[in-house]
Design a binder for this molecule. Structure first.
Ligand code: ATP
Ligand code: MG
Length: 184
């Protein structure tokens, strides 16, 4: 069975792992190196991390530390997607420090998924976890879009970042930023 997800859904799913690991800062970095025909995605958190055995098992779909369900699929599906798309997957984790996942994909591979609703993913994460900081960077060739909740929270002194007005504004900002990058 192959489950196809767009990148925004993969990231939403993997960021949930970081949140469950009590991360306070989560960084999502996408680099579309058009010349090298490669997309590289880094997901890094400062959560509780994993020991080497747990890290190895995280890539195995029949391993999970959750008790509510028997199989964990988030990491293994992402790793499988990278491999299917001519890329690679690595996971680095250290207990007490955090976790970093890196996946690469051939940009022109038939199976490489579309980006999907990236603004929706970021806004959903912020709305549900206003105390956590999210850093998002997306590069395509020389174009770059960056988004950091830390700098936004500095400006927002009276209103919480999760208030509907702020979220609506931020969503629009991200959408515009990402669309602009596409047309550069
Ligand atoms: N960022 C992370 N920090 C700490 N532990 C992690 C992290 N990502 C994954 N893990 C560990 O690896 C296991 C497998 O993760 P995976 O996302 O594949 O499955 P799951 O989260 O258990 O279930 P699912 O994603 O299918 O709901 C997790 O249960 C957790 O123990
Ligand atoms: Mg998961």
């Amino acid at each position: 069975m192959i489950i196809l997800k767009d990148f925004s859904l993969h990231l939403l799913d993997l960021a949930q792992n970081s949140l469950r690991a009590a991360a306070t800062v989560i960084s999502l970095d996408l680099n579309e190196d058009v010349t090298a025909n490669r997309l590289i995605i880094d997901i890094e958190d400062n959560g509780r991390g994993m020991d080497p055995t747990t890290t190895k098992k995280a890539v195995d779909p029949f391993f999970t530390t959750r008790t509510t369900r028997k199989v964990g699929l988030g990491v293994s599906l992402f790793a499988a997607a990278a491999k299917r798309c001519g890329g690679e997957f690595t996971i680095c984790s250290e207990p007490g420090k955090g976790t970093k996942l890196t996946a690469s994909f051939l940009l022109n591979h038939w199976d490489t998924p579309p980006m999907g609703d990236m603004a929706g993913t970021i806004i959903t994460l912020i709305a549900g976890n206003p105390k956590v900081d999210f850093f998002y960077r997306h590069r395509r060739g020389k174009a770059e879009y960056r988004f950091d909740t830390r700098s936004i929270k500095e400006i927002l002194t009276d209103v919480p970042i999760s208030s509907p007005t702020v979220l609506a504004y931020l969503e629009e900002h991200i959408r515009k930023g990402l669309t602009q990058m596409e047309t550069l």
